[in-house]
Design a protein around this ligand. Structure first.
Ligand SMILES: CC(C)(COP(=O)(O)OP(=O)(O)OC[C@H]1O[C@@H](n2cnc3c(N)ncnc32)[C@H](O)[C@@H]1OP(=O)(O)O)[C@@H](O)C(=O)NCCC(=O)NCCS
Length: 154
């Protein structure tokens, strides 16, 4: 998909958004290393890509400028809620509307599956990202985020 006709993303006129291909792996790895430098081992890019391409890989989107990966968003729908992960844009391409275009693309894909609501998690200290999601219509909800690693996961 080309977003050149989307008037709400003026800075991203040449942006191409499409599902992930294996040939995107080096670009995705470079992006995630750049913007998620402190990710724990279970976020190893190769492992995340392997898991995501094995499950709802059609909801793993990359954004490309001139053929180079500049952004990602991973979505998933479990039949109750949609979730979004790895919303990321290369630093030198930020504030051009690329993440906005990627999120809208992911939201449309989730809505097409019948998903009624999207949830996502943001570190409380990541105020810039919170501002980004607020601008897209997301609200902070009073919840406690809980998680547990399952046996067998790296
Ligand atoms: C968050 C991120 C994906 C935003 O990507 P982006 O392409 O720059 O976002 P957009 O250009 O679509 O931003 C749209 C609007 O969101 C808001 N916004 C985006 N980044 C912001 C920031 N760092 N601080 C405050 N507001 C921000 C602005 O209102 C912006 O509009 P403006 O540029 O006209 O002011 C990018 O900064 C990023 O990759 N961050 C590091 C990775 C990360 O933490 N991801 C989230 C994991 S939960």
């Amino acid at each position: 998909m080309n977003n050149s006709s989307d008037p709400t993303t003026p800075g991203a006129t040449a942006l191409e958004i499409r599902p992930f291909l294996e040939t995107d792996a080096p670009g995705v790895t470079a992006l995630w290393h750049e913007v998620f430098p402190e990710d724990p081992p279970h976020h190893d890019p190769a492992a995340v890509m392997a898991r995501k391409t094995a499950y709802q890989r059609e909801l793993f989107f990359v954004g490309l400028l001139e053929g180079q990966v500049v952004g990602t968003v991973l979505a998933g729908y479990d039949g109750v809620r949609g979730w979004v992960y790895k919303m990321a844009v290369r630093r030198h391409c930020q504030r051009l509307g690329i993440a906005t275009a990627l999120m809208r693309h992911a939201e449309e894909a989730l809505a097409a599956l019948g998903c009624p609501k999207v949830n996502l998690q943001v570190r409380a200290t990541n105020q810039g990202v919170i501002a980004f999601y607020r601008k897209l219509g997301y609200a902070v909800e009073e919840r406690v985020s809980m998680g547990k690693m399952l046996a067998g996961e790296p």
